[in-house]
Structure formats: structure tokens, C-alpha cells
Design a protein around this ligand. Structure first.
Ligand code: FEO
Length: 163
């Protein structure tokens, strides 16, 4: 069964959101590099790549189902940040927003009775749980600052990313 137009359009909207996320994290990585936070920058570069990968996976799925994948205009991401903790707070808020978008994509798949899309989107629902948890863990390191300097957190986050 070919993908429906409604499902295809919903995926294309999400592809744009994933590419926006990729650019947002790339901008954050550039800011961290500029400020001399190498570990945080590595984490952001890696996550930027992951977001692009999400967009590509969705595009391949749409194409495999006989649909059309579209690269749309992508808004300029936020570029002014104040400190590392604030960047990760923005990251968590952004991932929570993405979770809502993925849930809406799942709603469309259910409305369309599209079993293949329901199955495909399910793994992104799991992915969002993991991504929110990862960022929350980093914010907890900031909350327990008495035990860590920001430089230690930069080291921990950068090293974890290398694993
Ligand atoms: Fe592709 Fe961070 O969600």
C-alpha cells in the first residue's frame, strides 16, 4: 500500500523539524566551541548529526512507501546563549517540543490506519524518551554543582559522547 498524501505531508513536516533540530544543535556546538567548551561542543555536534539522520530515515521511509520526500525552508535557529546550563535547558525544552510533534505524527498514522507508519513512528517515540532522559541527566550534573565545576561537567559530557 502506498503512503497516503496526508501521512506523507505529516512526515515531510517532521523531516523539516528534524533538520531544524540538527541546525539548532549545530549552532549550539559552534557557540560551545567559541566559548572553549570542547566536551559540550562534541556532544552537540554528535546530536546534530543524529537529528539529520532522523530526518533522512523518515525521508527514506516515505520514499520506500512510494511517496515524495521534500526539503522545505528551515528557520534560522536561536544563536544567542548565556551559559552552558541555559543551553541544555533550551535543549530539554526543544526535545519536549519534538516529543509532542512525534506524538502528533503517531496520531496521524493511527487516523490513517497506516500500520507500517505506526510501527515506524514507535521507535521515534522510544527515542524521545531516551533523548529527554539524556539531557535531564546532564542538567542534574549542573544541579549537583557542589560536587562538580562546569569544567568537570564539560569533561564528563564530552567523554560520555565518545563512548
Ligand atoms: Fe530527532 Fe531529538 O529528536
Amino acid at each position: 500500500m502506498n503512503i497516503s498524501k496526508k501521512m506523507q505531508d505529516a512526515f515531510n513536516t517532521q523531516i523539516t523539524a528534524e533538520l531544524y533540530s540538527s541546525n539548532l544543535y549545530l549552532q549550539m556546538a559552534f557557540w560551545f566551541r567559541k566559548e572553549g567548551w570542547k566536551g559540550f561542543a562534541n556532544w552537540m555536534f554528535h546530536h546534530s548529526d543524529e537529528e539529520k539522520q532522523h530526518g533522512l530515515e523518515m525521508a527514506n521511509f516515505v520514499l520506500d512507501r512510494g511517496g515524495e520526500a521534500v526539503v522545505d525552508a528551515i528557520n534560522k535557529p536561536e544563536a544567542n546563549f548565556t551559559d552552558p546550563k541555559q543551553v541544555f535547558e533550551l535543549t530539554l525544552a526543544h526535545e519536549q517540543h519534538v516529543t509532542e510533534l512525534i506524538n502528533r505524527l503517531a496520531d496521524v498514522a493511527e487516523q490513517e490506519h497506516d500500520r507500517a507508519s505506526i510501527n515506524f513512528v514507535d521507535k521515534f517515540i522510544d527515542e524521545q524518551v531516551e533523548e529527554e532522559k539524556t539531557v535531564r541527566d546532564i542538567l542534574n550534573l549542573f544541579r549537583h554543582r557542589d560536587g562538580h565545576t562546569v569544567a568537570t561537567i564539560d569533561d564528563i559530557v564530552g567523554t560520555e559522547q565518545a563512548d
